[in-house]
Write a protein that binds this ligand. Structure first.
Ligand code: ADP
Length: 420
């Protein structure tokens, strides 16, 4: 640490910054510069300067407001703060002093006398107002601050409204595009399946290239369809138009069916998937199709984010008024401060570089919709989803546990005869 006198100069004009810096640095000072108020407050906290020079007309917070804020911080009650401004109109000096400044110097500075003036403040000199003057100007300062606060709140509310409008426009656009794509895609899917059935039904009739081509086409169209379905699902959930078809659901059967879909991937990736005892669970009223989607999304992540050879465990715990389904993995884990955000739409943690289109490869990427959909479905059942993980560590793999909490009794919904 240097034993030079540390001066913080909060000023947006580059010419003034350079001049003051040059003059004071020639007098054994270290001069730190902040271009605006928030940066100045941060720098003041970090560097604990011996003196602060404060421009008054600044973008954002003005110099008087910054001074009042600094005076309210621990360690800044007695640090000399000196206003340095081109505005010498009547009352400005008094208002700066009432706001907490210890002195009032004007720009342009006199390069000969300026270092001495600064030194004077460092040695304890303070300009003071008498009590009555201070009270009057403090009142003016307070009124000005409250008026600016009011303007800022109005401005933020306006911006917030606009952001909501834009967010709605974005949602409408996504919904429109995905529905527009759904119709031709259904046709494409139908023809592709027909072609695939025909070619794979008598492969000897077709060349190997043709069989491979049709296989590839089938997988590709299936993947596009899955993506569009995810987007449509999430737009339904966010617009509140997801309709549940409730019926009796046996969670044990539902889980077995979902797990079955991962059988091949689990074998390929040498994972161990254990399913606990679901036999003690009561039959619940739920939308089996939607619940399967939610469980599938959580399970697919457990598979995706667990390295080959790892373990995935699905269990259910019966509580007083709910069933807690847990999906635990021995995967890379999730940073604690990201655990709330991963349930937001289009939120993905890993860099896009890792993205592959695979739903099952280790760390294969997705659209960041899986958890948003799962959460929407569980919340539509009046349930809750959350995750527990000690953090993200691809080397030691602390794992993650997702909870899907489903209440035993549902708020009344359309009850179907259909069983899950
Ligand atoms: P995606 O469909 O892209 O996988 P999700 O909404 O399902 O998106 O998940 C969002 C993010 O949460 C993922 O990008 C991933 O980083 C993280 N994540 C979800 N599940 C797990 C898990 N079991 N282990 C580690 N990270 C996970």
């Amino acid at each position: 640490m240097s034993d030079k006198t540390r001066v913080l100069y909060i000023e947006d004009d580059v010419g003034s910054q350079r001049l003051v810096q040059r003059v004071l640095e020639n007098h054994d000072c270290e001069v730190l510069i902040a271009d605006e108020g928030l940066q100045g407050i941060d720098l003041a906290r970090q560097s604990q300067p011996n003196l602060i020079l404060m421009d008054i007309n600044l973008p954002g917070m003005n110099g008087r407001e910054i001074t009042s804020r600094l005076r309210g911080l621990p360690n800044f009650s007695s640090v000399p703060i000196v206003a340095l401004t081109a505005n010498n109109n009547p009352g400005h000096r008094e208002r700066a002093l009432a706001a907490g400044c210890d002195g009032f110097l004007t720009k342009p500075i006199d390069v000969v006398s300026f270092p001495n003036e600064v030194h004077h403040f460092l040695e304890g000199y303070r300009e003071r107002l008498d009590n009555e003057e201070k009270l009057t100007h403090l009142e003016l300062h307070t009124h000005e601050m409250v008026a600016r606060l009011e303007n800022k709140i109005q401005e933020l509310e306006r911006v917030n409204r606009r952001l909501r409008e834009l967010d709605e426009m974005k949602n409408d656009f996504i919904a429109l595009v995905s529905h527009e794509l759904r119709t031709p895609l259904t046709l494409l899917e139908g023809y592709t399946h027909l072609l695939h059935d025909r070619v794979s039904g008598s492969p000897e009739t077709y060349s190997q290239d043709m069989v491979r081509l049709v296989d590839g086409l089938n997988v590709g169209v299936g993947r596009i369809s899955q993506v569009i379905n995810e987007v449509i699902n999430v737009t339904r959930i966010t617009s509140g138009t997801l309709q549940l078809s409730l019926g009796p659901v046996r969670l044990g059967d539902l889980t077995s069916r979902v797990v079955e879909e991962f059988r091949q991937t689990i074998a390929e990736r040498q994972l161990t998937l254990t399913v606990g005892d679901f036999s003690h669970l009561p039959v619940i009223q739920a939308d089996g199709k939607q619940l399967s989607i939610a469980l599938k999304n959580i399970l697919s992540n457990a598979v995706k984010y667990t390295p080959d050879g790892g373990r995935v465990t699905v269990e259910a715990h019966l509580m007083d008024d709910a069933i807690d389904i847990t999906v635990s993995d021995t995967g890379i884990g999730i940073p604690v401060d990201e655990q709330r955000h991963i349930f937001e739409q289009f939120y993905v943690l890993e860099s896009i570089d890792h993205h592959s289109t695979s739903k099952s490869a280790f760390q294969g990427g997705g659209l960041g919709l899986g958890l948003a959909i799962a959460q929407g479905i569980i919340e539509a059942h009046d349930g809750r989803v959350w995750v527990e993980s000690e953090g993200h560590d691809p080397r030691n793999c602390p794992g993650s546990t997702f909870h899907l909490l489903l209440p035993l009794t549902q708020k009344s919904q359309n009850v179907d005869e259909e069983t899950a």
